[in-house]
Design a protein around this ligand. Structure first.
Ligand code: NAP
Length: 340
């Protein structure tokens, strides 16, 4: 396997930002992964795993270690009477997997259409959209433990899935590399159409025949209206997590902002759409500083219009966080991973 030197990481992230990797390799199977990890061990190099590079901001200073790009492919399908198991290599493109599942008439992933990145990244932040979280459909996650060079696995319950969160974000999993994810999808299930954007879409288009294909098409269209086209601008999608606050905090906010939208969250808490806060309270929607901007159609998304530096994005994101804190008392967390 080839270990390339001084590879520009901006070419491997959807933000189109990131300096050089000291070493870089692409792994297609477990043997190559083992070889890469041993190479890093011998050179005492830190490891950075990249899938689709769709949820990271990499510093312009680059990464002084080994970057491993996951290219482990393959989809193995086994069927039971009512469901199907799909064991998928972590380097498979996520949206191609969703397309495959829809074309095979399998229910579960259709609302997650159009999300960039690879399969291996999906359990890490438990990607979710339009009322569905991927963790609901994950049977198990196989990973390579670089501590003892062994393949291990966790079942869905053990992954500790939560809102945009999982065990794979905790420090104990720092040395784990996800190699395969197995999904369990149903042959028949109810479509989830309660998000406003989806129900309005079908109502406006007067579509009565609601199929898996129709939902996928709807979501791809809705997303393309709201989210930037990766072919045109650099972005890592939603930059911040939508905050979940206590009921008491929420009630105090409604006194200042009576129109504040909200959704019920677990443990009596309240989820607040941060895009609304950024647009209506902070007024940052569409605001551009040099080549970094809060996207004009969805303020939660930060975009790179060409030559943004990692520091430009970092400073702008911190400024937004401070504004939100000052105006609402909410401590906003990054959804995007910062590699510096
Ligand atoms: P949106 O649909 O305008 O929703 C904004 C916020 O309101 C989100 O926090 C969303 O919760 C919540 N929400 C809206 N309708 C809801 C309902 N019926 N019940 C409960 N909560 C509701 O958001 P958007 O920016 O256009 O994004 C569309 C979807 O893609 C959202 O679900 C968003 O979370 C998702 N998305 C996910 C990622 C990711 O996983 N990295 C990145 C970008 C967008 P939820 O966040 O729980 O859906």
């Amino acid at each position: 396997m080839e270990f390339r030197e001084k590879v520009m990481l901006k070419d491997y992230t959807t933000f189109k930002i990131g300096g050089e990797a000291r070493y870089f390799c692409e792994v297609k199977n477990i043997d190559e992964l083992m070889e890469a990890v041993i190479f890093a061990r011998k050179g005492d190099l830190p490891i950075l795993i990249i899938g689709g590079g769709s949820n990271m901001l990499i510093s312009d200073d680059g990464f002084l270690g080994l970057v491993i790009k996951m290219e482990i492919k393959g989809i193995e399908i086994s069927e039971t009477l009512n469901s199907a198991l799909l064991a998928v290599g972590s380097g498979e493109n996520w949206d191609s997997l969703v397309e495959t599942s829809v074309s095979k008439g399998l229910y579960g992933l259709e609302n997650l259409s159009g999300i960039p990145g690879t399969v291996g990244g999906t359990p890490v932040q438990n990607i979710g959209a339009y009322g569905v979280e991927v963790g609901e459909y994950i049977k198990d996650v196989e990973y390579f433990d670089t501590n003892d060079l062994k393949i291990k696995s966790l079942n869905g319950g053990e992954c500790e899935f939560d809102y945009r969160d999982s065990i794979f974000k905790r420090s104990k999993s720092k040395k784990w590399i996800i190699t395969r994810v197995t999904f369990e999808l149903k042959k028949k299930a109810k479509l989830k159409l309660d998000y406003k954007d989806i129900s309005e879409y079908f109502l406006q288009k007067n579509i009565k025949k609601l199929t898996l294909h129709a939902v996928r098409k709807a979501i791809l269209e809705i997303r393309s209206r709201k989210f930037p086209d990766l072919k045109e601008v650099g972005t890592a999608g939603s930059f911040f997590k939508n905050p979940i606050v206590t009921k008491k905090h929420f009630l105090s906010l409604t006194k200042m902002y009576p129109d504040l939208p909200f959704y019920k969250a677990s443990y009596g808490r309240v989820k607040i759409p941060l895009g609304w806060v950024l647009e209506h309270i902070c007024g940052v929607k569409g605001v551009r500083i040099n080549d970094v901007a809060s996207f004009e159609k969805q303020a939660l998304v930060l975009v790179n219009y060409g030559n943004a530096k990692s520091n430009d994005v970092y400073n702008y994101a911190c400024e937004i966080q401070q504004q939100v804190l000052a105006k609402t008392g909410i401590e906003v967390e990054w959804e995007v991973r910062y590699v510096k």
